[in-house]
Design a protein around this ligand. Sequence first.
Ligand code: HEM
Length: 149
Amino acid sequence: MGIERSILVILHILGASIWIGGMLIMALGVLPKAKKAKDAALLKNYEGSFHILGMIALTIQFLTGFRLAMIYAGGMKGLFDFSSHPAVLFIWKLVLILITMGLFVVFKKKTLSVLDNSNISSASTLIWVLTLISITLMVLGLGFSRGII
Ligand code: HEM
C-alpha cells in the first residue's frame, strides 16, 4: 500500500471511530439516561460537546473516502461507471453521508431546539436513524478491500 493510501485509510478509520463511537454513546448511553431521569439537558449537553467533533469527523470521512474511492476506481471517471463494484459502493456511501450531514443539522437545529423534559422520546428516531446509517457506512466500507458486501 502506498504512503498516500496508508495515510488516507488511517484518517478514515479515525473519523469512523469518532462518528460511530459518538453516535453509539448517544443512542445507548445518553439517550436512555436522559429518558430515565426525564432530563433533556443531558442530551443537549452531550450533543453540544459532540457537534463540532462530529462535523469534523464527517468532513474527514467525505474527503478521505472520496479520494480512496478514486484510487479504487482508477480515477474520477471510474467512480461513475456503475458496472464496477467500487463505483456502486462509492455512490451508496456518498448518498448516505450526505443524508447524514443533513439529518445531523436537522437534529441540532430542529429536534434539540424544541426538546424539553416532557418530549425526550421525540429525539429517539433521529438518533437511531443516524446510528444505524453510521454502521451501514462502515459495513459498505468493508466491501472495498475485504469483500464482505
Ligand atoms: C461516517 C461515514 C463513514 C464511515 C463510518 C466509513 C467507514 C469505513 C470503514 C470502517 C472502512 C473500512 C476500511 C477497511 O477495509 O479496513 C471504510 C473504507 C472505505 N470507505 Fe468509508 N466510511 C465513511 C464514509 C465514506 C465516504 C463518504 C466514502 C466515499 C464517498 C467512503 C469511501 C471508502 C472507501 C473507498 C474505503 C476503502 C478504503 C481502503 O480499503 O483503502 N467512506 N470506510
